[in-house]
Design a protein around this ligand. Structure first.
Ligand code: FPP
Length: 248
């Protein structure tokens, strides 16, 4: 089966998972972190080269102060705990989003984890933190405009690859598969440019209930999709291999 080269996930439903059990919302986030650990491990062992997780959106800053604080604390704990796992499993950590808005302590742990894992190449785990795609696009537009003003770039030379080079994801391939949990069917300001041709998959499972089994179900569905990139089915269909023909 062919797996995605870049799987992106909108991890939704932690709050509802907790509310259904009459627990505080943070209990759902705590369980959500356990799911993150399981899914990272599974993707690594499947050989998926890029995994990007939407962990905290620009809009999430508007949540109650206590919830934001608890999420930041969980993130710090996760990073401290996962460093050894990332080093042992050749996982490189990256971050996209307005990292400067995160509390200093979290920023510090993030920077350390990013630099200590920088030489790893088995899988790139990217966390979207304080991330919003519109904000990312605006920052990229400002960067490009600055290049033009300084005379370093001609407006005619701004093509897709030049522009994409100014996004937070400059060094990443576009995701080919997006999973969103919890039954909501929205993109919620996530990777608007990069998801242009991604296959989308929605599941009712709440993020704390999402498991390796659910992941495999989603990956099987990805394997059945025909990615056409605007062409016709016949154009992209692989020619059936004749018997005895070599596999190149
Ligand atoms: C959405 O659930 C989830 C979030 C806003 C945060 C996701 C965070 C984690 C899984 C834990 C921290 C992450 C890492 C990488 C350590 P929701 O609260 O919006 O759920 P609801 O829609 O049911 O209220």
């Amino acid at each position: 089966m062919s797996y995605p080269q870049h799987l992106a996930i909108i991890m939704d439903g932690n709050g509802r998972w907790a509310e259904q059990r009459r627990l505080p919302r943070i209990a759902g986030h705590r369980r959500g972190v356990e799911t993150v650990q399981e899914i990272v491990k599974e993707c690594r062992s499947l050989g998926i080269p890029h995994l990007t997780l939407y962990a905290f959106s620009s809009e999430n800053w508007g949540r109650p102060h206590d919830e934001v604080g608890a999420l930041m604390e969980l993130l710090g704990l996760f990073l401290k705990r996962e460093l050894q796992t990332m080093l042992a499993n050749d996982i490189r950590l990256k971050v996209i989003g307005e990292v400067g808005r995160l509390p200093g302590k979290v920023r510090e742990i993030l920077e350390q984890t990013v630099s200590r894992t920088a030489a790893n190449s088995g899988m790139v785990l990217t966390l979207a933190l304080s991330y919003g795609a519109r904000n990312e696009l605006l920052r990229a537009v400002r960067d490009v405009a600055e290049e033009v003003r300084a005379g370093r770039v001609e407006p005619e030379a701004i093509d897709e690859s030049c522009f994409a080079g100014h996004l937070d994801t400059a060094e990443l391939p576009d995701p080919d598969f997006l999973i969103r949990t919890s039954g909501e069917m929205r993109i919620s300001n996530f990777l608007l440019w990069q998801l242009a041709y991604a296959e989308l998959y929605f599941t009712e499972a709440l993020w704390p209930d999402f498991s390796s089994r659910e992941l495999h179900r989603a990956l099987e569905e990805f394997g059945r999709r025909q990615r056409r990139f605007g062409l016709t089915g016949a154009q992209v269909q692989k020619p059936a291999r004749r018997q005895g023909e070599k596999n190149h």
